[in-house]
Design a protein around this ligand. Structure first.
Ligand code: NAD
Length: 447
């Protein structure tokens, strides 16, 4: 894997999705239906709460974030003008420890979306047995609209504003849509400058040069691959070498998933980004495609492939479909047309509850986000521990420990699926919510 990639600002590609049949995040495209990510997260939680018979008090407690911060702050633009930006940081729950969750730069960021993503992080961290609660933050901005200097000034000011909430023992952010290792380095530096010494453990997903860990950049995509490979083997008796794959989104998660699956023999036939997608039934040449993306910042226009829309990609007759872009992509409107056998959720919240039911009826196996894409937060945890203890893990150790943590918790989920005859999403959520509830009970209610 290319370790140097982490230090470079990646091509952030986050314009409002208005082209190419792409769904806006959290929006049902069916007639008259609009479902926000927050509504999806709450509905999923309510279904689990009903399933396990959770009492009303705990249900009310866990349905809302513990704390949320909205910040409006000024930044000097290159032309001397001042622009006001709006950002957020939300902590869903701290019962299991300090909070953990990404920072998103995207024009569609809302407080509601941050609440949903923070809640999903609580469940994901609990499912992985990490000593964290869930958090999320973001700024309403298309980072492509800013120069590098403006992006740095905006990031540093946002970091200063949310330093009320973040800290190595309080809340540890990481990259998400539209942010990258360079942005994490600016946040780490800003936080450290205010305190007068370097505090690498305040953030994860940093460049290795400033205390990041080897293996973090590709961890989410590699984790999606490990989990999908294990499920293919266990549930279908198939190997990655025998399957076709389509990936929606070609940023951090999507591109590394495509790469990791391709390197292990899978035939990646289609990929897309917000501008559209490319398809080659014989398999895309990933090496050439990555070169094309490095030059043009998009997968579209790649030679040796046909073009297709994001909507068409989701409906391809492939073995494995990996949504790795935004929330709300598989809805009640298009779920009936999904022809994949496995839906491996690289993104957070790509499938609405209504779509889940349709997919279950069709026999599509959904690997839920809080399990499927957890490799990123697992390796972020390793990075945090290395930062706190000033120790270093080597790359093999990071991969080995990540794989073990993912597969151990996959076993727990599969055990619950078999025992309770439920979907993988329900089994993953039951495990996660019960672990959080246990932590709440053991700690007791203050005062
Ligand atoms: P990214 O910014 O690196 O990449 C996002 C990709 O999605 C880009 O290729 C962009 O062009 C594309 N895209 C954006 N909007 C789209 C749309 N509406 N339709 C199709 N493509 C679209 O972001 P990322 O870090 O890869 O995150 C992708 C998803 O994975 C998000 O849901 C994120 O929360 C989740 N996730 C990320 C990590 C991580 O480690 N980065 C970990 C777990 C989950």
């Amino acid at each position: 894997m290319d370790k140097n990639k982490e230090a470079e600002p990646k091509a952030v590609t986050t314009k409002a999705p208005t082209v190419d049949g792409v769904n806006k995040p959290g929006v049902e495209t069916g007639p008259g239906t609009r479902t926000s990510a927050e509504e999806v997260a709450r509905e999923q939680f309510n279904m689990v709460a009903d399933y396990i018979g959770l009492g009303d008090d705990l249900r009310k407690y866990l349905l809302v974030p513990q704390r949320e911060l909205c910040v409006n702050f000024p930044v000097k633009m290159d032309d001397g003008a001042m622009r006001i930006f709006t950002g957020f940081r939300v902590h869903h729950n701290t019962a299991k420890g300090p909070t953990k969750g990404g920072i998103r730069y995207h024009p569609d960021v809302t407080l509601d979306e941050c609440r949903a993503l923070a809640m999903w992080m609580t469940w994901k961290c609990a499912l992985m047995n990490l000593p964290y609660g869930g958090a999320k933050g973001g700024v309403i901005i298309d980072p492509d609209d800013l120069s590098r200097d403006e992006l740095e000034r905006m990031t540093r000011r946002y970091a200063a504003e949310i330093s009320l909430l973040i800290g190595p023992e309080r809340d540890i952010p990481a990259p998400d849509v539209g942010t990258n290792a360079q942005i994490m380095a600016w946040i780490m530096d800003t936080y450290s400058m205010h305190r007068g010494y370097s505090i690498p453990a305040v953030i994860t997903g940093k460049p290795v040069a400033v205390g990041g860990t080897v293996g973090r950049e590709y961890a989410t995509g590699l984790g999606v691959t490990y989990i999908t490979r294990a499920i293919l083997r266990q549930r279908m008796g198939r190997a990655l070498e025998d399957v076709t794959v389509a990936v929606q989104g070609f940023g951090n998660v999507g591109s590394w998933t495509a790469r990791a699956m391709h390197e292990r023999g899978a035939r990646v036939v289609a990929v897309s980004d917000r501008s559209g997608g490319v398809y080659n039934g014989g398999g895309l040449d990933l090496r050439q495609l990555l070169r094309h993306v490095a030059e043009t910042k998009t997968v579209t226009g790649f030679a040796n492939a046909d073009s297709l829309t994001n909507a068409e990609l989701l409906e391809l007759p492939v073995d494995v479909l990996v949504p790795a872009a935004m929330e709300g992509q598989i809805t009640r409107e298009n779920a009936g047309r999904v022809r994949a056998k496995i839906l491996a959720e690289g993104a957070n919240g790509p499938t609405t509850p209504e779509a889940d039911c349709i997919l279950e009826d069709k026999g599509v196996l959904v690997i839920p986000d809080i399990l499927c894409n957890a490799g990123g937060v697992v390796v972020s945890y390793f990075e945090w521990v290395q930062g706190l203890q000033s120790c270093l893990l080597d790359e093999n150790e990071v991969r080995r420990q990540m794989e073990r943590k993912l597969l151990d918790n996959l076993d727990v989920v599969m055990g619950i699926c078999a025992q309770r005859e439920c979907t993988m999403r329900m089994a993953a959520y039951v495990t996660a919510v019960e672990r959080v509830v246990e932590a709440i009970h053991v700690r007791g209610f203050y005062p």
